[in-house]
Design a protein around this ligand. Structure first.
Ligand code: ATP
Ligand code: MG
Length: 359
């Protein structure tokens, strides 16, 4: 049987990119899993601490992400849905793995470099050696640097065999596999009693990559401050139609034509979104409507998004409303998730502590 693990940071309500690129696939995996397969979906709030903000905001974001995961159709009775911080074994295993993880390998990772640049656009360290731009920058905090070790711990703690990720995360999965090798070899764990399987990447690359509606050269992103750049999964019909109406296209032609993400990225993005809801690629969507006008493309896309997200939006309202019934329900779901994740974690940690002499 498979053990599937994936995580999402509580950094805001998911948008169309998160939905088509990840969350919809999570839901599909849950619905097509075999009875003995296990699924873990974690709200990775410890990872979110790498970008400090306000405590109240994080509390709200955690709750909102839980509401979002329920709204897209994850079922707490089938999948283990939990806050990373409610299972302290994640941090415990991170420390243990960090003792056999290579700093040099971490230095070569790209995510901390790009995050650091986004967080500190004017950082003077940017102008230093290009191969290693900011390793000695005071702005580089250790949590951001060692993020991949915590991510490896997330995956290995639940002995995940399959991890669905976007292309930006493939490097981290490779690192997690390296952690498996390093741990077993450093502590001389014999082959037959190996604790961690090598996690396999389920690539989500074939799923849609959604670009910003305001600037189709950038990906749609939770951290983009421009509200017109993205559609949230809980946007109402009027907001969805308005944002798509405003979406930047081009003056190359008033017709849809061929799928051409290089020369017509705005049009290609709408086609990608339209196709995404019909289980088609942007190219396939273009084939069907290439003779239509851009105005028709926008109407069709808005229709697809409005109806494609209708149920999610309704669920979000239902679960997100601040009522006593909902508070009780959320507490129960948090309880179930925490307990199930802790059991899974403790099973692994007993073996780990045994293997290294901490038992
Ligand atoms: P942030 O700006 O905070 O990094 P984000 O929008 O990039 O937020 P993440 O929490 O980093 O979202 O990613 C959650 C999941 O959504 C990941 O699996 C990621 O690959 C996917 N994802 C993020 N943005 C897009 C996008 N524009 N198109 C498709 N998939 C996306
Ligand atoms: Mg991101």
């Amino acid at each position: 049987p498979k053990i599937i693990f994936s995580g999402i940071q509580p950094t805001g309500v998911p948008h169309l990119g998160n939905y088509l690129g990840a969350l919809k696939q999570w839901k599909d995996m849950q619905d097509t899993a075999r009875p003995l397969d296990k699924l873990f979906f974690s709200i990775v709030d410890l990872h979110a601490l790498t970008i400090p903000g306000s405590a109240d905001k994080l509390r709200q974001n955690r709750r909102e992400m839980l509401t979002s995961l329920l709204a897209i159709g994850l079922n707490p009775e089938r999948s283990t849905i939990f806050y990373q911080s409610s299972v302290p074994q994640h941090a415990e295993l991170q420390w243990i793995l960090s003792c056999t993880a290579s700093t040099g390998y971490l230095t070569r990772m790209t995510q901390w470099k790009s995050k650091l640049t986004t967080l500190n656009p004017s950082s003077p360290s940017q102008s230093t050696t290009p191969s290693n731009p900011t390793i000695s920058s005071p702005a580089l905090k250790h949590g951001l640097f060692s993020y991949p070790i915590l991510q490896a711990a997330d995956i290995l703690l639940h002995t995940a065999t399959h991890v669905p990720v976007g292309s930006d995360q493939k490097q981290h999965l490779e690192f997690a596999r390296e952690c498996v090798t390093n741990f077993h070899s450093a502590w001389s764990v014999p082959l037959e009693s190996r604790i961690f399987p090598y996690p396999q990447t389920i690539s989500l690359d074939s799923s849609s990559r959604v670009m910003s509606l305001a600037d189709p050269a950038k990906k749609m992103s939770k951290s983009d401050p421009n509200p017109k750049s993205k559609i949230f999964i809980n946007d109402d019909e009027a907001a969805i139609r308005q944002k798509i109406k405003w979406a930047r296209t081009d003056c190359v032609s008033t017709y849809v034509g061929e799928y051409d993400p290089v020369n017509r990225p705005g049009v290609a993005n709408l086609l990608e979104i339209l196709g995404g809801f019909a289980g088609k690629t942007g190219r396939e969507a273009a084939e069907e409507i290439k003779e239509e006008t851009l105005q028709t493309l926008k109407t069709l896309t808005a229709d697809a998004v409005v109806s494609g997200l209708a149920e999610v939006r309704e669920n979000f309202m239902l679960f997100g409303e601040d009522t006593e019934v909902n508070r009780q329900r959320v507490r129960e779901i948090e309880e179930i998730g925490t307990q199930s994740a802790r059991e899974s974690a403790e099973r692994t940690m007993e073996k780990v502590r045994n293997a290294i002499g901490l038992s």
